[in-house]
Design a protein around this ligand. Structure first.
Ligand code: NDP
Length: 312
């Protein structure tokens, strides 16, 4: 199958690229990937996306973007890219169903995925008390005790959300301070259900048929280092993300973490006709509105590329 514009990823970057390109006369194909809607579907209420003064649910926002893309004729397929051949013209990708697709231009908007601590117990208890998505799994911990790991905005947001369901939330922070924005810090510190455990690291989890607690250490490596067990029913990771650039990394310039490098403020990669938009190319801002903006630029650039190369 061939398309003039292949958009990979169904978050705000991918949908915005699709909407702009489709309204400009291109007929894009968008691949939804493993997590249609992207990270917005794993967040709670979105209060900082302009145009929604009362906030909007993350899944509803992406559903609306999807409907908007479909309205302009974007073809949306439930497929993920497993490998790419960006040295060929047309560009070629291999999909998770074993087929290949070719494209004249491409927008990579594959986002980023949650990181884990790397403890063997995270795998042992996967789906049995360990989660990286409070919105997806918080429901199972109503009136229970949970811990969230991390000190950034994601961790604070997850702790705040879980506090609405659980009886008690511990926020396990490795530093003596939170890195989150002031408003989120305040929300966490003022919530009576949340207890912040500063200078604390997790060393393992325990439990018979699921998580019953975490082995933690306070002030590791210091003279007053203290090991203890924290009884919890759920363990939520919120320690940052890894960009989903692996299927393309062989061809594209990336930073040491794998974020795709683009030319200045544009979404242009080192390969002409290949653009990167959203969190896969943004280690810094990582906001839905920023992803949408870079998707807009990528949609406009892709259209220009097709016109300049007589491919439309
Ligand atoms: P951040 O990188 O900002 O924070 C990661 C947190 O996890 C830090 O506190 C870090 O600790 C901790 N951490 C990392 N690795 C480990 C580890 N191995 N063990 C223990 N703790 C660890 O990631 P976020 O996902 O929170 O945020 C990413 C970006 O997205 C930020 O720019 C943030 O502002 C933005 N964001 C904005 C939101 C909003 O405005 N509504 C919501 C969510 C995210 P340390 O500080 O010690 O490095």
């Amino acid at each position: 199958m061939h398309t003039n514009l292949l958009i990979i990823g169904a978050g705000p970057a991918g949908y915005t690229a699709a909407i702009y390109a489709a309204r400009a006369g291109v007929t894009p194909t968008l691949l939804e990937g493993m997590q249609p809607g992207g990270q917005l579907t794993t967040t709670t209420e979105i209060e900082n996306f302009p145009g929604f003064p009362d906030g909007i649910d993350g899944t509803e926002l992406t559903d609306r973007m999807r409907a908007q893309a479909e309205r302009f004729g974007v073809s949306i397929l439930p497929r993920a890219v497993v490998n790419s051949h960006l040295d060929e013209r047309p560009l070629r990708v291999s999909l998770d169903d074993g087929t290949d697709m070719t494209a004249d231009t491409m927008v990579i908007a594959t986002g980023a995925s949650a990181k884990y601590l790397g403890l063997p117990d995270e795998k042992k208890y996967a789906g049995m008390g360990v989660s990286a998505c409070a919105t997806c799994d918080g429901f199972f911990y109503r009136k229970k005790t949970v811990a969230v790991v991390g000190g950034g905005d994601t961790a604070c947001e997850e702790a705040d959300y879980l506090a609405g369901l659980a009886a008690k939330v511990y926020l396990i922070v490795r530093k003596p301070f939170l890195r989150a924005s002031e408003i989120m810090q305040r929300r966490v510190m003022e919530n009576p259900k949340i207890e912040v455990l500063f200078e604390t690291n997790t060393e393992g989890l325990y439990g018979e048929n699921g998580v019953e607690g975490a082995h933690v250490v306070h002030r590791r490596g210091e003279a007053d280092e203290r090991h203890y067990d924290l009884p919890i029913d759920g363990f939520f990771l919120a320690i940052g993300h890894t960009p989903n650039s692996a299927p393309f990394a062989q061809w594209l310039e990336t930073d040491e973490t794998g974020y795709i490098l683009t030319e200045g403020a544009s979404p242009r990669t080192n390969i002409p006709g290949v653009y990167a938009a959203g969190d896969v190319a943004d280690p810094h801002y990582r906001q839905a509105i920023c992803a949408a903006a870079s998707g807009c630029k990528a949609g406009i650039e892709a259209k220009q590329y097709l016109v300049e190369h007589n491919l439309l």
